[in-house]
Design a protein. Structure first.
Length: 133
């Protein structure tokens, strides 16, 4: 979406949240236009990236439509643990609920069930993933 907004010179509505410190590189639209024409490998890279992100979008829609929320929550927690390389996830129930497009109450209930099943430990603004998650 950011690429298509740039090409049409509209502000992007994309919001990104980094899980850890990053180095960010922004390419001015004028340079993007020149590179698309001048470098076929750049054009190929951009198109592969767009296709990859579109496929991620389709998978997300599929999960929302066809996967139960408790399964989505477990997958989400595993992905966060992998992204941060830690079994301790520093998020509130509200933050998780927003990312999974549901309510905090529902997430709290599902997390409590995971804790009862000894799959996680719940702390204030933290979730410890246990090996059997």
């Amino acid at each position: 979406m950011t690429f298509t907004c740039c090409m049409q010179q509209f502000p992007s509505e994309i919001k990104a949240v980094a899980e850890e410190d990053i180095t960010f590189l922004a390419v001015p639209i004028e340079v993007m236009d020149q590179w698309i024409v001048k470098y076929p490998t750049w054009k190929s890279y951009v198109m592969k990236t767009i296709r990859g992100r579109f496929n991620e979008l389709l998978r997300s829609i599929d999960q929302i439509a066809f996967q139960k929320l408790d399964e989505r929550l477990v997958k989400y927690l595993k992905e966060k643990a992998k992204a941060t390389n830690s079994t301790l996830i520093n998020l509130t129930h509200e933050q998780i609920a927003r990312e999974l497009a549901t309510s905090r109450v529902v997430i709290s209930r599902l997390l409590k069930k995971l804790e009862i099943d000894k799959r996680v430990l719940l702390y204030h603004h933290q979730i410890k993933i246990l090996s059997q998650l």
